[in-house]
Design a protein around this ligand. Sequence first.
Ligand SMILES: *Cc1c(COP(=O)(O)O)cnc(C)c1O
Length: 423
Amino acid sequence: MIMNSDTFMFHGCDVAALAAKYGTPLYLVSEDEIRKRCAEIKRDFTDKYDNTRAAYASKAFQTLEMIRIIKSEGLSLDVVSGGEIYAAVKAGFDPADMVFHGNSKTAGEIGEALDAGVGTIVVDNLSELELMDQMARDRNMKQEVLFRVTPGVDSHTHQYISTGQADSKFGFSTEETVETAVPEALKMEGIDLKGVHFHVGSQLLENTSHIMAVEIIIKMLEDLKDKYGWTAREINCGGGFGVHYAGDPSRTKISDFVDPVMKRIEEAYNRCGDPRPMVTIEPGRWIIAEAGITVYEVGSVKTNAAGRVYAGVDGGFPDNPRTELYNASYEVEAVEKLKLPHTVKTTVAGKCCESGDIVAYDVMLPPLERGDHLAVLATGAYNYSMSSNYNRIGRPPVVMLKDGKDRLTVKRETYEDMLRNEM
Ligand SMILES: *Cc1c(COP(=O)(O)O)cnc(C)c1O
């Protein structure tokens, strides 16, 4: 994204000028990049294969404006709470195109989803299934559901998997699905069992886990047909398509993930002759991560007794907890000093009262001083949506960039905003 300029440009916008205009910390999100990603999903998945759909996993980054963009791109929306459903409805998103997830949905949220007309609810467990059946019958409804199935892919052989292994808080085992959940659901008047869902984990850079999982799911669907004559109308393969955060300029392609999965599903249905169910994917991070950056201002710069150089910035853990939570690593650009030699190994430190509040460890940067700006790349996913007010720090504003123009889409949280609910 670096253009022929002395300061850092992001999607045709001068980052130093935007920092001056909006203040820091500041989230910048490129609408152009989001739309490019959606176009790739269309080209390589939804247009390429019929009877498919992509639902944006909005927990990665959900603002009203983001939902409007996703709506205009024609994607469905994956939501995980009553609050996400509420915001999506406010943004004008059709609930019929929503997919509602969660391992511990409350009765209140299930009621909200049923009343809003959420198209697909992904059922995680038997008690939820029973509750949903009851609540749907109370409303004279038959709710379309998928079962979240944990394919039991061994996490030791595939280290990146974090949700698909047998010992997971999510979903039904394949055995429980076959022996109990499906026969129960087929008896329920409030439930229309449409198909199955799996999500093997997040930030997967290889497609092996998706492939292993879909093979297990196909086998399970064959068992279900043999046992009950039931055939799925939808297979939802979840999200988890990873992006490169630092040290690798290559971009992961959606086709690397979906092509081998589609091949296996199509082969299985060609073999048995049944119509292939709709296939859904739920990309979150892949759409939004690289579309976003965070801009900070440098405060103190110091060398500690161990010889480590610290550049303290005006944000950190409250706007980006991922370094502390997941040991994430990020690329950092010195906004005004791009052209200077990057000679100083620097740890970019957040401002919170926690030693673990580090934005990026050991990045090579030019010598920094108070007032310089730093841009942290690929912070679009799971930053704003995971942000907090820890240390009573207000959330940064979200400025969207399109065709080289900037527009404010979420205001900076003020001190007063943070006291709004206090008596
Ligand atoms: C989080 C989540 C996703 C999106 O994951 P990404 O890694 O952001 O693509 C999709 N589906 C489900 C069920 C999820 O929980």
